[in-house]
Ligand binder design. Structure first.
Ligand code: PLP
Length: 384
């Protein structure tokens, strides 16, 4: 096992993992097992039943925690399962949660259609431009922040949000799925918890659905671990192993996602058929200064507005050959989608338009194919 002070790239490959003690296997085995032999009642090697703990999952949890600079990590069967358990551990009926106004569509659906029905209260705010004292009123128990947001890539000042939240006694969760710990470390900026959909960049190969929550608050961790076992939405050993394998190349992938993403941004900004490009590293981005201060880079997520109506956006996304028309993001392959019709269709149309998700908005997840093939593919779609 590596020391916690090792650098990111080394932690991504080694943290939480040591050669298997019985065989010397260099890679953590897939412990495809549900139960563990005990020498006497209660006398075991730390593992009793795989809902509670599984060695492959333990390795993944420890590796992820090291990358986020957290003391603890807990993995779940999906990003939304992590979100659900974290909210239920931190607030109770009657409590107020303040949430970003363009969070992941499934997060909004969980809050609005599930948690609201059991008595939690939600307020929504655009953390990228709102007065934080107004947005986070006295009595708030939890602040749920996504930055950069999906799909408009708005950026909130994590340090400022955390300072205001802590002043009223609220905890802060940052969904760090888009930036990844390679480019942004919310705990070091004052957040109390980080969640990820590991489905996206962390696993990075579009072959697993998973989630994780990380924290250095040991008391909260104990409570969340209790719920992880009590409610049971845990990832299996095979999925844990695939994600652990994906993590080993996270830094290399993120560097290339960023390099290709920035080339495409430059090209799209100059394109006569594009009216607007959203990317936090663009100097014209309204939150560019905060993005530069709190992120060391950004991956391959780009949104842009196409000239013309929604019909044209539909024709555009159907015409690409290298970019696959699909939901999700963060994999080695390039994807594109129309948020209003796909990932954000569960948000009411009026609310969607009010926050700026127009029918002609197209979201790209730039993969690791050759950049010239990606440009040629989009150029073909512009002509379609
Ligand atoms: C995908 C996603 C989620 C939900 O994760 P699942 O693994 O699909 O449950 C949450 N937040 C963000 C930002 C996402 O992109």
């Amino acid at each position: 096992m590596t020391s916690k002070s090792a650098r990111f790239e080394t932690l991504a490959i080694h943290a939480g993992q040591a050669p298997d003690p019985t065989t010397g296997a260099v890679m953590t085995p897939i412990y495809q097992v549900s139960t563990y032999a005990q020498e006497g009642v209660g006398n075991h090697k730390g593992y009793e039943y795989s809902r509670t703990d599984n060695p492959t999952r333990t390795a993944l949890q420890d590796c992820l925690a090291a990358l986020e600079g957290a003391k603890h990590g807990l993995c779940f069967a999906s990003g939304l399962a992590a979100t659900d358990v974290l909210v239920r551990a931190l607030v109770k009926p009657g409590d107020l949660v303040v949430c970003g106004d363009d969070v992941y569509g499934g997060t909004y659906r969980l809050f609005d259609k599930v948690h609201r029905n059991v008595g939690l209260k939600f307020l929504y705010a655009d953390f990228s431009r709102v007065n934080l004292v107004d947005a986070i009123p006295d009595g708030t128990k939890l602040v749920w922040l996504e930055t950069p947001t999906n799909p408009l890539l708005k950026v909130a000042d994590i340090e400022a949000v955390a300072a205001r939240a802590h002043a009223v006694g609220a905890k802060v969760v940052v969904d760090n799925t888009f930036a990844t710990p390679y480019f942004q470390r919310p705990l070091s900026l004052g957040a109390d918890f980080v969640v990820h959909s590991t489905t996206k960049y962390l696993n990075g190969h579009s072959d697993v659905v998973g989630g994780v929550m990380m924290t250095s608050d040991t008391e909260a961790y104990d409570q969340i671990k209790f719920l992880q076992n009590a409610a049971g939405a845990v990832p299996g050993p095979m999925d844990s192993w695939l994600t652990l394998r994906g993590l080993k190349t996270l830094h290399v992938r993120m560097d290339r996602h960023m390099e290709s993403g920035l080339k495409l941004v430059d090209w799209l900004v100059k394109h006569p058929e594009v009216t607007h490009v959203y990317h936090p590293l663009l100097e014209t981005h309204p939150n560019h200064a905060i993005a530069k201060r709190q992120m060391s880079g950004f991956g391959g997520m780009i949104s842009f507005e196409l000239k013309g109506d929604a019909g044209r956006a539909g024709r555009f996304v159907a015409a690409t050959k290298v970019f696959t028309l699909a939901e999700s993001l963060g994999g080695v392959e390039s994807l594109l989608e129309v948020p209003a019709l796909m990932t954000h269709a569960s948000i009411e149309p009026e609310k969607r338009r009010a926050i700026g998700i127009t029918d002609g908005l197209i979201r790209l997840s730039v993969g690791l194919e050759h950049i010239d093939d990606l440009v040629e593919d989009l150029e073909g779609a512009f002509r379609a």
